[in-house]
Ligand binder design. Sequence first.
Ligand code: GDD
Ligand code: MG
Length: 325
Amino acid sequence: MKALVLIGGFGTRLRPVTHELPKQLIPIAGKPMLYHVLDLLPREVDEAVFATGYKAEVIDAYVRAHPPLHLTVTTVSESEPLGTGGGMRNAGDGIGDPFILLNSDVISDADIGGLLAFHRSKGAFGTLLLHEVDDTRPYGVAALNGEDRIERFVEKPEPADAPSHWINAGVAVWSEQVLQAIPQGRPVSFEREVVPGTLPKGVFGFRSTGYWEDAGTPERLLRAQRLLFDDGRGGPGTLPPGSQGLGPVAFGTGVDARGAEFGPYVTLGDRVVVERGAHVENSVLMDGAVVGSGASVEGCLVGPNARLAADGRFVGAVMAATPRT
Ligand code: GDD
Ligand code: MG
């Protein structure tokens, strides 16, 4: 079985870091968010088709250097962004029936094996994993009947129009035939333009009760990181040699943090330097970032090779080596 993974989009809400790399490669709890998504695939899925666009070549190079375990990866990239539906249509040739559809920016403990079993038991055309949230505005919202069949689906509704609090969690199973319902040759939003029209064919909702977060904004990305660490998915969580404070801290090779202090929930990429007396917590520092001595960093996303001044106080910031807005 194959999984189709949507990896386009500009990651605008994570700029300026996403000027340098696609959001899917931002490491949280020790590895790129994309790889945490792929970790959820059950063993019966042996191939992932990546529908890429923005910075496709960066994704390709990373995947070549770090091939995911148990998965063959092929990529099909778009020269112009085609939207979620357009990306599916463009990359979906020969995807097989059924296939798994994954957004690449969603961190969860989704039980995809259970989702597949449910999909088969319903004889469904499609099945969406659903997660319950208070504020449905940034998401697609589904209304279910007593048999868990989706009767209405509204993408990013105003609160008054939201038919429930159960949202599309960005993990689904679809019949291959859904691709034929996607118009060709132009950008298409799968959620707005295609999903509502498929409901008469039998689309179901599988309610998930585990953890879930869309890591597409700085605050939610750091929350996703905490969820992963708390679930033990951030590695051993020991502190870098010569540092003190509280883990978990996930760190790459060549890190120098002697004399630094950590609070919980930190990822340090390769060759990160945290100088003496600096304090870092609830943050992601990407490859080659440098935190000057005595600086304090909390709730920050720091791009590759960015340098944070000694004794500076950085709270809730997204920073890159070459700041652009
Ligand atoms: N190939 C391709 N082309 N992929 C794209 C494109 C594109 O033009 N635009 C977005 N994507 C990818 C993103 O990388 C992401 O993995 C996924 O499609 C969803 O796009 P987002 O931009 O993150 O959408 P969203 O978060 O506003 O809404 C989606 O996710 C919610 C859950 O997080 C929708 O699927 C909602 O219905 C859902 O509730
Ligand atoms: Mg998203």
